[in-house]
Design a protein around this ligand. Structure first.
Ligand code: ASP
Ligand code: MG
Length: 405
């Protein structure tokens, strides 16, 4: 018998009817002869509601208490789903992160999984039970509750799948796979049958929100296949895996976009060693995560440096950078909050020239101005005005003929 780990997101268990449907779905998988472990998110917007509730009590809740509060969301859904399975006549048991043996470090609200001690899960499976695990949570060495960061249930699911040597980790959600572009924006987007870990990692870090990035990293590191499919119907999903890919005829595999981009430019930076460190150390200390960084060559001993952050971090970043600008005697700080980015991704781009020029030509033909460009070996990203992102996706999808996938 093989073990399957299934993860259902909050939208799939948003109300009692949906919980009943998910229970039926799980029961079908069990009836096929699998041992089934389910990782569940909190119902609907529960996590957001709990965060808002905490902020009605205090502006600055302690992160330890926040994790105690947030971990209740997944406890509720795990118990209700288990009850729904009982009602259908199945043997099932809910386990908290602690009971499931998810051990983490103690960085509250963004804890990393250190180890999974899965004996309890194995015992329950061998007892013929379906095991429902509360996602997104774990426990420290000192028995404190932790959470893994927003969207962290995906990471719980992959970690359990690895520890249990599952055949596959299934992510069942309201989108039924990974598409060549966001199908809500691009009507010609096609569902991919399969995609490699590297490509999925680039798509995820460039704005595709189907999976938590740490889940993709972890799956890639251990070679655990992830199937992304619908929680509502049986249409075939997308398999993310590390084997040979069959569909490599089209070298650009997908387009990702992100509408949450703000940029900070520091001009007139003097040419001295240590300047970049002087800029980025305080940003890191302030907990601001910086995405793209572009520094120009020095001209007459001064240069400009631009970096991007998420919009929510712009004010903090601006404050930090203004203080630094005074210290290092830079000329000025300019910010822009209304940006977005589009990226093309595909391992086939490695060592093949022509992708960048094709991308830039397609954007220029669509009248779209490129503000910044960054690349990795298998990705090219353009930062553009937020208002142009949709047009950019459509133009690139056509230019790379992704409708033919
Ligand atoms: N409930 C948590 C969140 O909304 C974790 C998850 O859904 O994966 O972020
Ligand atoms: Mg959620």
């Amino acid at each position: 018998m093989s073990i399957v780990v299934q993860k259902f997101g909050g939208s799939s268990v948003a109300d009692p009817d949906k919980i009943r449907k998910v229970a039926q779905n799980i029961a079908r998988g069990y009836d096929k002869g699998n041992q089934v472990v389910v990782v569940i998110s909190a119902m609907g917007d529960t996590t957001d509601d709990l965060i808002n509730l905490a902020h009605k009590i205090t502006d600055q809740p302690e992160s330890r208490e926040m994790d105690v509060l947030l971990s209740t969301g997944e406890i509720v859904s795990s118990a209700l789903l288990t009850m729904a399975l009982h009602k259908l006549g199945y043997k099932a048991i809910s386990l908290s992160g602690r009971q499931a043996g998810i051990l983490t470090d103690s960085s509250f609200s963004k804890a990393k999984i250190l180890k999974v001690e899965s004996d309890r899960i194995v015992k329950e499976l061998n007892d013929g039970k379906i095991v429902i695990v509360a996602g997104f949570q774990g426990i420290t060495h000192d028995s404190d509750m932790t959470t893994l960061g927003r969207g962290g249930s995906d990471t719980t699911a992959v970690a359990l799948a690895i520890s249990l040597k599952a055949r596959v980790c299934e992510k069942l959600t309201d989108v039924d796979g990974i598409y060549t572009a966001d199908p809500r924006i691009c009507p010609d987007a096609r569902k991919l049958k399969e995609i490699g870990y590297d490509e999925m990692l680039e798509l995820t870090s460039s704005g595709n929100k189907v999976l938590h990035i740490r889940a993709v990293e972890l799956a890639g590191a251990y070679g655990m296949p992830i199937l992304v499919a619908s929680s509502f119907n049986d249409s075939p999903g997308t398999l993310i895996h590390g084997g040979d890919l069959m569909e490599i005829s089209n070298k650009v595999r997908g387009i990702a976009h992100d509408l949450d981009v703000a940029k900070v430019t520091l001009t007139g930076i003097p040419n001295q060693p240590g300047i970049a460190a002087a800029i980025f150390e305080p940003l890191a200390k302030a907990g601001i995560s910086v995405d793209t960084i572009v520094q120009n060559a020095f001209m007459e001993n001064v240069t400009d440096l631009t970096f991007t952050v998420s919009r929510g971090d712009l004010k903090k970043a601006n404050d930090v950078i203004n203080a630094i600008a005074r210290d290092i005697k830079a000329a000025e700080v300019v910010t822009d909050a209304k940006l977005g980015k589009v990226s093309i991704v595909g391992t086939g781009m490695q060592n093949s020239p022509g992708y960048a020029s094709k991308m830039f030509t397609a954007l220029s033909k669509a009248g779209i101005n490129i503000l910044l460009i960054t690349t990795s070996e298998i990705r090219i990203t353009c930062i553009i005005e937020e208002a142009k992102v949709k047009e950019a996706i459509l133009a690139l999808h056509r230019a790379f003929e992704l409708e033919k996938v």
